[in-house]
Design a protein around this ligand. Structure first.
Ligand code: ZN
Length: 313
C-alpha cells in the first residue's frame, strides 16, 4: 500500500515539477490518483535564462522562478530551485553563461522546496543565504513531497527590511510585509532596474493564488496587503514565482484587483452562512481565470484558516 502511494506521489510530483507549476501543497493533501501505466511522461521544458533589464536576468524552469543580478563584485541570486543535481547543474550553467563572477548572495523568497532546494549547495560553496527571520522556525516543521529532505535554512536573517550591497552600484532591497504566501515571504526590489521579485505572492494564471496556512504561516489577507505595499514602490517589471513571463505594473494591479474580488466573494459566502464544507465549491471564480479548489484551497486546515481570518470582517 505504501509503495503504491509513493510511486503515485513521486510521478505526480515529477509531472507537476516538469510543468513549472509545482507550488507547495498542504502536507495533508489527499494522494492523487495513479496515472495509467502507459501515460506518456513528457520531459520538463529546459531551464532558460532571459535578460530583462541591465544586469538583471529571469531564470525559468526547474521549480520556482529565479532572478539573477550581476555585478563586478559577484552575483545575487533569488531562489535556488528544486533540490536535485540536475536542476542545480542547469542553474549554474545558465548563471555562468552571463557572468564569470561567483554567486555571492542568495535570497530566499520563502521556505518552499521548489524555491530553496539547493540552498545547501550554495552554503557549502560559501555563499551567504538570506531569508526572513521566521524561515528557520517554519522549516523545522516542514515536510514536503517536493524534495528528498528539508531544504537548508538561510545563514543570514532579517526582520522587515534589509538592503543588500554588492558594490556601490548595487541596490537590492528585501521587504517583508507580513504573512502572505507563507509566514516568511521576502520581496526583492531592484532599485537600479526598477524591478521586483514577488516569489509566490504573484503567480501566473491559470495557477491559482496560494497562501500556505497552518504551519506555513500564510494569510490571504496578508497576500492582499503585500501586493498593495509592493505597488507603493517604483518599478515597471515584476517577476512571478511561477509562470514564464514577467508582469507589467498594470498586470500586477489587475492581479491585485482579482484578489480583492476573490476576498470579497469569500467574505460574502461566509456572511451568507455557507457551511465550511461547501465554502470553496460555492465560489464562482471562472471570470477571474482561476479554478479555486484542489490542493491549495480544499484542505480543511486551509479552509479553517480562511474562515477564521475572513469571518466578521
Ligand atoms: Zn511557494
Amino acid at each position: 500500500m505504501k509503495t503504491h502511494n509513493f510511486a503515485a506521489i513521486a510521478l505526480t510530483t515529477a509531472l507537476l515539477a516538469g510543468s513549472g507549476l509545482a507550488q507547495e501543497a498542504a502536507s495533508v493533501a489527499p494522494s492523487p490518483p495513479a496515472p495509467p501505466p502507459t501515460a506518456p511522461r513528457a520531459p520538463p521544458p529546459p531551464m532558460t535564462i532571459t535578460q530583462v533589464k541591465p544586469n538583471l536576468y529571469f531564470i525559468v524552469g526547474g521549480g520556482g522562478n529565479s532572478e539573477l543580478l550581476t555585478t563586478a563584485n559577484g552575483a545575487l541570486l533569488v531562489d535556488t530551485k528544486n533540490l536535485n543535481d540536475k536542476d542545480y547543474g542547469d542553474l549554474m550553467t545558465l548563471i555562468s553563461s552571463v557572468t564569470d563572477k561567483p554567486v555571492k548572495v542568495v535570497i530566499d523568497t520563502h521556505h518552499h522546496a521548489d524555491h530553496t532546494g539547493n540552498n545547501e549547495k550554495f552554503i557549502a560553496a560559501g555563499t551567504k543565504v538570506i531569508g526572513q527571520e521566521t524561515m528557520p522556525k517554519i522549516l523545522e516543521n516542514y515536510t514536503t513531497r517536493l524534495a528528498p529532505h528539508t531544504p537548508a535554512a538561510p545563514t543570514t536573517l532579517y526582520s522587515k527590511f534589509m538592503r543588500v550591497r554588492l558594490g556601490k552600484h548595487t541596490d537590492a532591497r528585501l521587504y517583508h510585509f507580513g504573512p502572505g504566501h507563507t509566514g516568511a515571504d521576502t520581496l526583492v526590489y531592484f532599485g537600479n532596474q526598477k524591478a521586483i521579485a514577488f516569489g509566490d505572492l504573484l503567480v501566473m494564471d491559470p495557477t491559482v493564488p496560494n497562501y500556505d496556512a497552518g504551519n506555513g504561516g500564510g494569510s490571504l489577507l496578508g497576500l492582499q496587503h503585500a501586493l498593495a505595499e509592493s505597488l507603493k514602490l517604483r518599478w515597471d517589471v515584476a517577476f512571478p514565482g511561477h509562470g514564464g513571463k514577467t508582469f507589467t505594473r498594470d498586470e500586477v494591479k489587475a492581479y491585485k484587483t482579482k484578489i480583492d474580488t476573490l476576498i470579497t466573494r469569500i467574505k460574502a459566502a461566509i456572511d451568507a452562512g455557507t457551511p465550511k464544507e461547501e465554502l470553496i465549491a460555492s465560489l464562482n471564480t471562472a471570470d477571474l481565470g482561476w479554478k479555486i479548489g484542489g490542493q491549495f484551497w480544499a484542505p480543511p486546515e486551509r479552509v479553517d484558516a480562511l474562515v477564521a481570518e475572513l469571518s466578521g470582517k
